[in-house]
Design a protein around this ligand. Structure first.
Ligand code: C2G
Length: 131
């Protein structure tokens, strides 16, 4: 069984998130998604609209997702990959090159980001329409 892992905040779940997860799952048989905790989001300089619990519940409900874990820090990826016997680490190409160090432990794949959509853009567009 080929195991895939990916990491992210996944706030205000949108088509860009879904397209990433679908392509990640298509690379293997089992997909684990590590959802950034609220505390880790602060470290990332991000504040999410929904709590960790709500963001994790939405992603966990997807049939293409087999497992959800917490992402609490930058350092846990290596131990996650070893502990979970991960074959492939996947993330959007906005992170191109940032996680090449994981190539020592598993395959690393950067998938093209879906253009024109982001949680930030959704918030900005909504602000415009409600003016
Ligand atoms: N994504 C995408 N297309 C978009 C928006 C996001 O493909 N239009 C992808 C990102 O590249 C990422 C995933 O969806 O792979 C989740 O995006 P975010 O929730 O923004 O995650 P991020 O803040 O990038 O967290 O340790 C890694 C970090 O936790 C990644």
């Amino acid at each position: 069984m080929k195991k895939i892992i990916t990491y992210g905040t996944y706030d205000m779940f949108h088509p860009g998130h879904l397209k990433l997860l679908k392509r990640a799952k298509a690379l293997g048989d089992h997909l684990t998604v590590a959802i950034s905790s609220d505390e880790f989001n602060q470290l990332k300089g991000k504040s999410s609209y929904y709590s960790f619990e709500d963001r994790a519940e939405i992603v966990e409900a997807l049939t293409i997702v087999d497992e959800v874990i917490r992402e609490d820090n930058w350092e846990q990826k290596v131990t996650d990959i070893q502990k979970l016997n991960i074959d492939t680490f996947v993330i959007g190409d906005d992170w191109e090159g940032h996680f090449d160090f994981l190539k020592e432990y598993c395959e690393v794949v950067y998938l093209k980001r879906t253009e024109g959509i982001s949680t930030t853009k959704i918030k900005e567009d909504l602000k415009e329409t409600t003016k």
